[in-house]
Write a protein that binds this ligand. Structure first.
Ligand SMILES: Nc1nc2c(ncn2[C@@H]2O[C@H](COP(=O)(O)OP(=O)(O)OP(=O)(O)O)[C@@H](O)[C@H]2O)c(=O)[nH]1
Ligand SMILES: [Mg+2]
Length: 338
């Protein structure tokens, strides 16, 4: 199950209470105070774990509680600290406050750790209150309550290149040809129901990450098809690869397709729609008697001054120059940003 948004309640552990106690021993008539402090309550940490790709754990565990600290004891014994709770989240998880929607943390790298709810401090025992003039203190403190947090965890995948286009145009076929990702590919729209990431090798230890998301159709921003909710997974990409099915079997005009997808991108985020883009005409093996369909898309791309490639993802035609261009446009986009 792919879950990319959850609400969680986190209850950190309460601190243990301090203890009131006096040393009582045979032949020690007036032993001093020896009440120990309570142990701190357990805290709750979120940690980004490599290889996790969904927040589904939290769908089944929306409430998470860390252990209490133990109370202090006589003989100056401190209570045991409550155990911390460590919860794993996928990279790309954004932590937001339910109250005001403020972003509290963004997990961009594996191993990053965020203290989401701090455990309560243990209370002091009476031994801590002793002074030269106050030798039999009876004061003690309760342990402090642990923090209670209501958080939204939102997964926004981290990828360099986002594939966009209508359903069934061959986005998943392309990612499966240029990376080790193996999304389901089939001849019907909305084959891809969840985003996939693929790592593309471009030699000399250089790689980039491509995200394949479900296709868009007209009215996606109003919820048609699978809607635009998966677009958040390409929000962090630096460039877009816009794939258009130029075969006559799509039953649509390829130039119209381009405009419809761009309108949906703009409706979701004007900024996303402005990302550097590569236009790709796919399924050229099926062109047959309709070369003008390809020509129309090529002209459109040149009007918009976007790099253009004609490929057959299925037959692996034209993929090498496309991958090189992806690396190049990506490098230029990164240069521009810094
Ligand atoms: N002839 C031909 N068929 C292709 C080519 N690329 C993809 N296909 C076929 O087109 C169909 C759809 O391919 P997918 O890769 O699943 O398309 P998609 O864009 O990921 O579709 P959604 O996940 O539904 O958005 C499959 O039957 C593929 O085999 C191509 O270059 N030539
Ligand atoms: Mg697909």
């Amino acid at each position: 199950m792919f879950v990319d948004q959850v609400k969680v309640s986190l209850l950190a552990g309460k601190g243990g209470n301090g203890c009131v106690s006096f040393r009582r021993e045979y032949a020690v008539p007036k032993g001093g105070p020896d009440g120990g402090r309570g142990g701190d309550g357990g805290s709750i940490y979120l940690v980004a774990e490599q290889g996790l790709s969904s927040l589904s754990y939290f769908r089944f565990h929306p409430i998470n509680t860390a252990r209490k600290g133990a109370h202090g004891e006589g003989g100056n014994r401190s209570g045991k600290k409550g155990e911390d709770l460590i919860l794993s989240v996928p990279m790309g998880t954004v932590v937001k406050s339910v109250e005001n929607g403020k972003v509290l943390f963004d997990f961009l790298q594996a191993g990053q750790k965020f203290l989401a709810a701090a455990g309560g401090k243990g209370g002091r025992g009476n031994a801590s209150f002793a002074t030269p003039t106050h030798r039999t203190p009876r004061e003690w403190e309760n342990g402090a309550p642990g923090e209670e947090k209501e958080l939204i965890l939102e997964l926004k995948l981290i990828a360099d290149v986002g594939l966009v286009g209508f359903p069934n145009v061959g986005k998943s076929t392309l990612i499966s040809r240029i990376s080790a990702a193996r999304p389901v590919i089939a001849d019907y729209p909305f084959t891809t129901l969840i985003p996939h990431l693929g790592v593309v090798d471009v030699g000399r230890d250089k790689t980039f990450v491509v995200a394949d998301i479900p296709g868009l159709i007209a009215g996606a921003h109003e919820g048609h098809g699978l809607g635009t909710r998966f677009l958040k997974h390409i929000e962090r990409t630096k460039i877009l690869v816009h794939i258009i099915d130029v075969s006559p079997y799509s039953g649509r005009d390829p130039v119209d397709d381009y405009g419809i997808v761009m309108d949906e991108l703009k409706a979701y985020s004007p900024e996303l729609a402005k990302r550097p883009q590569i236009v790709v005409a796919n399924k050229i093996d099926l062109l047959g008697e309709s070369p003008q369909r390809l020509k129309a898309v090529k002209e459109l791309a040149s009007q918009k001054r976007f790099p253009f490639f004609a490929i057959s993802a299925m037959k692996k035609e034209g993929l090498k120059p496309l991958v090189s261009a992806m690396a190049k446009v990506l490098a230029a986009a990164e240069e521009n940003k810094s």
